[in-house]
Design a binder for this molecule. Structure first.
Ligand code: NAD
Length: 293
């Protein structure tokens, strides 16, 4: 069993850290928030007072931080210098591809092995250890990371070289944001045409309009009882998080000159929805805006 430094014990990092503890690993855990540290200690982690202390004398360091600027800061100011040469570094935060590649290059230069390993599956997946990890980095680093990721997730995919995990994450979530808006538009139009939502679901979920946003996460109450629409759009995956990922996709598209007109439209729609005060609502709650509520 390994000793692992874990930095960032929030909504996702907290339960991911607990699953590593359950699997028998030792953790040196750090977060800026005292209540998160207390929860990690109660779950069996050793808590430390800085990111550098979490990275010292461990076999692997996992970061689960809000955005690219936090990852860059924690790596540049603490992790890269504090970790023993050859330490495995795993960043599971969702961040921009450019920062992921820059941090990975700096890690390699400092003599460490690094992978970007963003996740899909949300807080429920983090708690149940059923996350999907999309991993970018050298094959050798991926093989070292895999046994640890398997304790926190169910599907572990090597997406390619450094940054490929983040690229996979934003492409997937851009498709998700676009498809959610499309499903909302379809149900809003059906309502205006007097077509029963269950009938549209019964037909479309078995026809060419079928997609995850409809069959697993239907944005109207009724057809999929587990979807957030049945609990007043309580998140789930917040509109703010979706907007973050859509913006990351737009940034990446601009960097490489890719045309993503539907992604741009989805980003604009989620900006309107978030600015209207709905940032904490589930992202499928954009149904209300599409309906004109
Ligand atoms: P969160 O805000 O709940 O947790 C982030 C944690 O990082 C906080 O506890 C914060 O105190 C800590 N932190 C910030 N700066 C720090 C620093 N310098 N040193 C130590 N700790 C620091 O966010 P989250 O929901 O856990 O998400 C984490 C990442 O996972 C994000 O990049 C997010 O986009 C991604 N993600 C989230 C979800 C989700 O459903 N919540 C799903 C997939 C991916």
């Amino acid at each position: 069993m390994a000793t692992i430094g874990f930095i960032g014990l929030g909504n996702m990092g907290g339960p991911m850290a607990r699953n590593l503890l359950k699997a028998g690993h030792k953790l040196k855990a750090f977060d800026l928030v005292q209540s998160s540290l207390d929860a990690a200690r109660a779950a069996g982690a050793e808590t430390v007072s800085s990111a550098a202390a979490a990275a010292q004398g461990v076999e692997a360091v996992i970061t689960m931080l809000p955005a690219g600027k936090h990852v860059r800061q924690v790596y540049e100011e603490s992790v890269l210098a504090a970790a023993n040469t050859g330490t495995l570094l795993i960043d599971s935060s969702t961040i921009d591809v450019e920062t992921a590649r820059a941090v990975s290059a700096a890690a390699t230069k400092a003599g460490h092995a690094m992978v970007d390993a963003p996740v899909s599956g949300g807080v429920g997946g983090a708690e149940a250890a059923t996350l999907t990890f999309m991993v970018g980095g050298a094959a050798e680093a991926f093989e070292r990371a895999r046994p640890l990721l398997e304790k926190m997730g169910k599907t572990i995919v090597h997406a390619g070289t450094a940054g490929a995990g983040q690229a996979a994450k934003i492409c997937n979530n851009m498709i998700l944001g676009i498809s959610m808006v499309a499903v909302c538009e379809g149900f809003a139009l059906a309502e205006k045409l007097g077509l029963d939502k269950q009938k549209l679901f019964d037909i479309s979920s078995k026809s060419s309009g079928q997609c995850w946003s409809m069959t697993s996460y239907c944005p109207v109450p009724g057809p999929v009882p587990t979807s957030p629409a049945n609990r007043d759009y309580k998140a789930g995956f917040t509109a703010e998080m979706m907007l973050k990922d859509l913006r990351l996709a737009q940034e990446a598209a601009h960097t490489v000159g890719a045309a993503t007109p539907m992604g741009a439209a989805a980003a604009s729609l989620y900006t309107l929805f978030v600015n209207a005060g709905h940032k904490a609502v589930d992202f499928s709650g954009i149904m209300r805006m599409m309906r004109g509520d």
